[in-house]
Design a protein around this ligand. Sequence first.
Ligand SMILES: [Zn+2]
Ligand SMILES: [Zn+2]
Length: 145
Amino acid sequence: MELMEKKMDLFIKKCKQEGLKITPQRIAVYEILLNSKSHPTVEEIYEEVRKRYPFVSLATVYRTVETLEQVSLVRKVCYWGSSARYDANTEDHHHIVCIKCGIIRDIHVQGEPQISEKPEDFEVLGYSINFYGLCSSCKKNHSST
Ligand SMILES: [Zn+2]
Ligand SMILES: [Zn+2]
């Protein structure tokens, strides 16, 4: 089975498990997030959904994304200076963030990160390491000015 099909299969199972109706909008939002590597904002997701469902409202897309987040099908990523973005990759992984335009890409790190001193008052549930930099288009603009 293709990866996309597998993911959609899991999506449908999870929705059923959580008692969520599998609406075309929910499928569209999830598909857009699966196909995107840019970690889009709700507005960006909305622009894409609208191409398929012109009558869908921004509020509906907001609610859909929130619902999917609540059942852990998507993950919210927030960094300073940028609005909330969403990721259909809910496994532990790392990001590189452009400090100028705020785009986020997945990045792979070799080996497992190690904590030298375990925090006493915390139970570690997951981790995400952020790298910061300039994306190629911001770098171009940066050097020309
Ligand atoms: Zn940039
Ligand atoms: Zn990611």
